[in-house]
Design a protein around this ligand. Structure first.
Ligand code: FE2
Length: 429
């Protein structure tokens, strides 16, 4: 028997070691120790971690890599970011958005990030971003799953044409219904927008992903309406609440009632650690709130939690590199998730959990799944986060689409080894 690709001696995220992974016709056909067969290509993982690809459940690809256009966000706040985006929007062209998005996708692929859910602003009557990202979705399809969310950045009701444009965008092929209830003019308008958006999704058979309560206001409770509407309309498993930062500041008693409601509705929670640690708590003196949603508590309530990158070099965030391990690391630190179990969970927040949010089919390093995975220069998932491990090989449908040499630094110190391999410092090595 001959395979297209055979990976030898892998460690899997669940801790299994010495595993071989065989791939044929774009699928994983065997995952077991000691596969003795020919293959067109053999990769020796050398006991390193082989993980399913990274998945980003929350991104803004229409804005990415636009840093400095037309100016910098000097305060670094959310509101200056939204104002700056408003200045940039009329200057956007389809070609420029496509070019930046494709460049970001190259970066993503190089980091083993092979599925992204991107919001796309529909508050522009020309729908420039929508047209551009639909083209990008088609272009990258062979190597990256791009899912698009129709996002009324300026408010479904606050912006005059947003509702019509959102429906146009869905009609053009955008996948998911988005919204921003906390940015509407009143709490009532926010709640009304949640109901309307869920009804649109129910009618069209689509998923929902709202920017929800991205605020330090403990009384911003649109997640409650979102959970309730999800149940009323039978949308369980198809709805996500992004950010949910107000939960950080909410009263504990109220949260104790809220979490079971979210769990019961099967609503996914998406935290965006890099962005919310920089954008939230801006009106505080000291102590300053972190502003990340309550990840360990959401987990304990049985809610599916994913971490998103949200922004890379755009009006809201001038940093970032498409590295979901950096996202996992920040999320874990901000939430003080420092037990071994919690750190492993943080890795799941950038792999299997967001895959569930996106509803990806055939995801995982298992027999019958798509032959999509990443070989990392790390012994296990915790080491991968600690090191932001080098992606030695990125595989899509059984084909190696990105490769890097191991990160090793030569040393010139008398009486000391001649090199440092940071990954060789793992416990037990
Ligand atoms: Fe966002």
């Amino acid at each position: 028997m001959s395979f297209d690709l055979l990976v030898k001696n892998a460690t899997l995220p669940d801790g299994r070691t010495g595993v071989d992974i065989a791939c044929s016709n774009g699928r994983i056909t065997a995952v077991e120790p000691g596969i003795a067969a020919e293959a067109a290509r053999v990769i020796d993982a050398g006991g390193r971690l082989v993980s399913p690809p990274f998945v980003d459940s929350h991104f803004h690809m229409d804005a990415t890599l636009s840093l400095g256009l037309p100016r910098m966000n000097e305060s670094g706040t959310l509101l200056e970011g939204i104002a700056l985006w408003g200045e940039l929007k009329p200057l956007l062209t389809v070609d420029a958005v496509v070019e930046r998005a494709l460049r970001y996708c190259d970066l993503a692929v190089s980091q083993g990030l092979l599925a992204i859910r991107s919001h796309v602003d529909v508050c522009d009557d020309a729908l420039t971003g929508v047209e551009a990202l639909l083209e990008v979705r088609k272009k990258v399809a062979p190597y990256l799953d791009l899912q698009l969310v129709a996002f009324p950045q300026d408010g479904l009701y606050r912006s005059e044409t947003a509702e019509r444009n959102l429906l146009r965008a869905l009609d053009m092929g955008v996948d998911v219904v988005g919204g921003i209830p906390h940015f509407e003019r009143t709490m009532e308008d926010g709640a009304r927008s949640v109901r309307a958006l869920c009804e649109i999704a129910a009618e069209l058979g689509l998923m929902v992903d709202l920017h929800c309560d991205e605020s330090d206001d403990p009384l911003s409770r649109h997640i409650e309406t979102l959970a309730c509407e999800t149940q009323r309309l039978g949308l369980q498993g198809r709805v996500a609440g992004s950010h949910l930062t107000s939960m950080h500041s909410m009263d504990n008693y109220y949260v104790s009632k809220l979490l079971p409601l979210i769990a019961e509705a099967g609503v996914h929670a998406i935290a965006n650690p890099l962005i919310n640690i920089t954008l939230q708590g801006r009106h505080d003196t000291y102590p300053k709130r972190r502003g990340q949603t309550r990840v360990p508590e959401l987990r304990a309530a049985g809610i599916n939690v994913a971490f998103g990158h949200d922004c890379v070099m755009d009006p809201w965030y001038s940093m970032g590199s498409g590295d979901m391990l950096e996202v996992a690391s920040m999320g874990m630190h901000v939430a003080q998730m420092m037990s071994r179990d919690a750190m492993r969970y943080a890795f799941d927040c950038v792999t299997v959990h967001p895959a569930k949010v996106l509803g990806l089919a055939g995801y995982g390093v298992d027999v019958g799944c798509n032959a999509d995975f990443v070989v990392l220069q790390a012994a296990d998932t915790i080491e991968a986060i600690r090191l932001r491990a080098r992606r030695l090989a990125v595989v899509r449908r059984g084909r190696v689409i990105a490769e890097s040499d191991p990160a090793i630094t030569r040393l010139e110190l008398d009486g000391r080894p001649d090199h440092v391999d940071a990954a060789a410092y793992a416990p037990g090595r």
